[in-house]
Ligand binder design. Structure first.
Ligand SMILES: NC(=O)c1ccc[n+]([C@@H]2O[C@H](COP(=O)([O-])OP(=O)(O)OC[C@H]3O[C@@H](n4cnc5c(N)ncnc54)[C@H](OP(=O)(O)O)[C@@H]3O)[C@@H](O)[C@H]2O)c1
Length: 340
């Protein structure tokens, strides 16, 4: 039935050097294939832009296979069922899945999650109630072990993950939560709308001085999305038994150099020793079997307004690469999503 419908796709044409370019991708068109037994045809309505996509394009050793040259770019998506030959899905259902940067997908129903858009809007299921939300939840509570009275510092604090981390930390009784963000508008948002106690504009202030000023008695938990000099400034200000959560290092994702060069190496790591502190990385994919633990609380907090979230919805499938680049230049404000 679906075969006369056109599917448009962004396929990886070559591995980027530095910031991804339009020429790193081919825009292809093909007919949507027939829907086999147990399969579902999904029209993709929203594509999630995630900083990790840059790593997925590279061939170096990672936690997941790189996207192959010629393959549709890997992407989290949310969409609507057009046709179903799977008992759990019917036409018109809303679903999420790792369906890639394309306008349509025919996949096994087992790869899809049905979502209820009467609770929150569809894009939120790839944002605050999707992978970034789960990252904030488990990163803060499980890896960061935030608890009452903690001083918490968060980088990329106005973004999809960071904005939730600070709010969850507050809910857990953190005594002071400080966000780091680029520019006055994002800093105002972090304090006035998300309820952080203070914000540091890393583009306007010397980061070491600012962290020292905002955390005069040190940091119990640093949730790092950025890496580089910001990580170093936090390391220099740890408290005894601090936890440094390595969620991401977006300042380093487009660094070019020798093969195997991973960018800026932190200088202040001996602070971990002096303070008997812990620095630990995590990958949210390892928590998929535990999403059910987070989901009810996150859904309740979001639906009741206890957790603020913001989606930055850009429109136009053809703009995929241009919109993706916004993450690495800080032009996005909130969870970056492409409306197809
Ligand atoms: N470990 C995991 O499983 C996992 C899962 C999801 C996400 N992550 C990581 O979490 C981090 C945040 O992801 P997100 O989806 O929430 O993105 P996001 O924060 O919504 O967007 C990225 C933000 O990073 C900041 N940024 C970009 N380049 C920077 C630089 N050179 N220096 C400092 N800040 C820079 C920008 O904010 P400013 O304008 O404030 O600079 C930009 O808006 C990323 O590192 C991502 O890889 C990890």
């Amino acid at each position: 039935m679906s075969t006369d419908i056109e599917n448009r796709q962004f396929r990886l044409a070559r591995r980027p050097s530095g910031l991804p370019e339009r020429e790193d991708f081919d825009l292809t068109t093909e007919a949507v294939g027939p829907v086999g037994e147990g399969e579902v045809h999904v029209r993709i309505d929203y594509i999630s832009l995630d900083p990790a996509m840059r790593g997925w394009m590279s061939s170096g050793k990672s936690y997941i296979e790189p996207v192959g040259i010629g393959e549709v770019m890997r992407a989290f998506t949310a969409g609507t069922v057009v046709e179903s030959r799977h008992d759990d899905f019917a036409e018109g259902d809303h679903v999420t899945g790792l369906l890639g940067a394309q306008t349509h997908a025919v996949v096994s129903g087992d790869q899809l999650n049905k979502v209820d858009t009467s609770i929150v809007d569809l894009p939120v299921y790839i944002g605050a109630l999707g992978m970034p939300g789960m990252t904030a939840y488990f990163g803060t509570l499980d890896v960061g072990e935030v608890s009452e009275g903690d001083v918490v510092l968060v980088s990329a604090a106005s973004g999809a993950v960071g904005s939730l981390v600070g709010q969850i930390a507050k809910q857990q009784g953190a005594s002071r939560v400080i966000g780091i963000a680029g520019g006055p508008e994002k800093c105002r948002y972090v304090v006035d709308e998300l309820g952080f106690d203070a914000a540091i504009d890393y583009k306007a202030e010397e980061i070491n001085d600012a962290v020292r000023r905002e955390c005069p008695d040190g940091i119990d938990m640093f949730f790092d999305n950025v890496g580089g000099e910001i990580l170093d400034a936090a390391l220099a200000n740890l408290r005894v038994h601090a936890r440094v959560v390595i969620c991401g290092a977006i300042s380093q994702y487009n660094v070019t150099g020798h093969v195997g060069d991973t960018g800026y190496a932190p200088k202040n790591y001996l602070s971990l020793l002096v303070n008997r502190a812990r620095m630990e990385g995590f990958i949210i994919l390892d928590y998929i079997d535990r999403y059910h633990e987070a989901y009810p609380s996150m859904a309740e907090w979001i639906a009741s307004g206890k957790l603020s979230h913001k989606e930055d919805i850009e429109t136009g499938f053809d703009r995929f690469v241009e919109v993706l680049r916004m993450l690495y230049t800080g032009e996005n404000f909130g969870k970056l999503v492409l409306k197809v």
